[in-house]
Write a protein that binds this ligand. Structure first.
Ligand code: ADP
Ligand code: MG
Length: 235
C-alpha cells in the first residue's frame, strides 16, 4: 500500500524558492490532481514522489517510508513522452522489464497484454516517429503500466494533444484506472481536466508553491465537462 504524503516540504533551486511548506496526502487507489499556474512547482512535487528530486526540508513518503530513489512501484509519464526514437514500440515498452531481468517470454507476453489494453496491438514494430502524438502517449502509458506500478505519476500528459485526442485519451485513462486499485497523481494547469478526471484536487499557489486548497469531489462518473458541475461543487 502506497499512501503518498508530503509533509511541510520546502525546496529551493539556489536562490529560487520553489516550494514553501507543501502538504498533501493521496490514498492508495485515489485519482488525485495537482493544479496550479506554470512555474509553481508542480513538476518538482511529482519528481519528488518519483524519487527524482529531494526536498530541502520536510518529508516525502510512500506507505509511510521516505522516498529516496525511483522505484518501479511509482512510474512517471511525461508530456513529451520521452520514448527512445531508435527503438520500436515493443522495445520501448519492454525496456523496463528487460532492466528488471524479466525472462524474454514473459516480457513478450506482458508487453502484448499491455499494448492490447492501450489499443496498440499491431503497432509493435513501429518507431515513435511513425506514430501520432496520441499514439506515442499511449506507448508512454504502456511503458509505465507494464511494470504494474501501484502509483502512476502523470506530468501534463495531454498538454501537447489536440482537443479531440485529449478527450479520447482522458477517457482511456479513466478506463485503465477504474477497478485497477492504482493511485493516480496527475499534474495539470487545466482545471477542467482536473475536474473531469480527479476525485481530489490540490490547488497550488503561484511560486513559491504551496497547497492553498484541497477539493474533494464527490461526483459520479461519467462526468460531463461543462461548468454546471463546478457550480454544483461550490454550493
Ligand atoms: P511547474 O511544473 O509548476 O511549471 P516546475 O516544478 O517545473 O513548475 O518548476 C518550478 C520552478 O523551479 C521554475 O521556475 C523552474 O524553472 C525551476 N526549476 C525546476 N527544476 C529546476 C532545476 N533542476 N534547477 C533549477 N531550477 C529549476
Ligand atoms: Mg511542470
Amino acid at each position: 500500500m502506497q499512501t503518498l504524503e508530503l509533509q511541510s516540504v520546502h525546496k529551493s533551486f539556489e536562490t529560487l524558492k520553489v516550494l514553501e511548506d507543501v502538504n498533501l496526502r493521496v490514498k492508495q487507489g485515489e485519482f488525485a490532481a495537482i493544479v496550479g499556474p506554470s512555474g509553481c512547482g508542480k513538476s518538482t512535487v511529482l519528481r519528488m514522489v518519483a524519487g527524482l528530486e529531494t526536498a530541502d526540508t520536510g518529508k516525502v513518503l510512500a506507505g509511510g517510508q521516505p522516498i529516496t530513489k525511483p522505484s518501479p512501484d511509482r512510474m512517471m509519464i511525461f508530456q513529451e513522452h520521452a520514448l527512445y526514437p531508435w527503438s520500436t514500440v515493443e522495445e520501448n515498452v519492454g525496456f523496463g522489464l528487460e532492466l528488471a531481468n524479466v525472462p524474454k517470454q514473459e516480457r513478450r507476453e506482458r508487453v502484448q497484454a499491455i499494448l492490447e489494453k492501450v489499443g496498440l496491438t499491431g503497432f509493435e514494430k513501429y518507431y515513435p516517429s511513425q506514430l501520432s502524438g496520441g499514439m506515442r502517449q499511449r506507448v508512454s502509458i504502456a511503458r509505465a503500466l507494464v511494470m504494474d506500478p501501484d502509483v502512476l505519476l502523470l506530468d501534463e500528459p495531454y498538454g501537447a494533444l489536440d482537443a479531440m485526442t485529449k478527450l479520447t485519451m482522458q477517457n482511456e485513462l479513466l478506463n485503465l484506472w477504474q477497478g485497477s486499485g492504482k493511485t493516480m497523481l496527475l499534474i495539470t494547469h487545466d482545471i477542467d481536466e482536473a475536474l473531469y478526471l480527479a476525485d481530489r484536487i490540490f490547488v497550488m499557489s503561484p511560486r513559491p508553491g504551496r497547497v492553498v486548497e484541497t477539493m474533494d469531489l464527490d461526483l459520479p462518473r461519467p462526468r460531463n465537462r461543462n461548468g454546471e458541475r463546478f457550480i454544483q461543487l461550490r454550493q
